[in-house]
Design a protein around this ligand. Sequence first.
Ligand SMILES: [Zn+2]
Length: 106
Amino acid sequence: MSIKNNDRVNHPRHYTNHPSGIECIQVIEHINFCLSNAVKYIWRCDDKGDALENLRKACWYIEREIERRQRLEDGQKTAPYCELCGKWDSSTDKGVCPACQGAINA
Ligand SMILES: [Zn+2]
């Protein structure tokens, strides 16, 4: 892999060109799946793809997180449940079941 391609993988410009000098990953690696995706779409909204679509995706992930927390508060479900599909899965230590992770990576 060339240095240029390697940089696109390791430090994509749309995640590293914030005026603060902070990379998106430095923030999102400390928060859960849905919130990190919301931040990711907000972070890059003017730099990659369609800004409105990015902001709508951020909203979708925030709504998803609100619903997940509401379910927990209502006592309907407790961890470990997949943050996306809500199914119980003992392997969801990262918050997302393998099926949802596969769909994301596809
Ligand atoms: Zn799932």
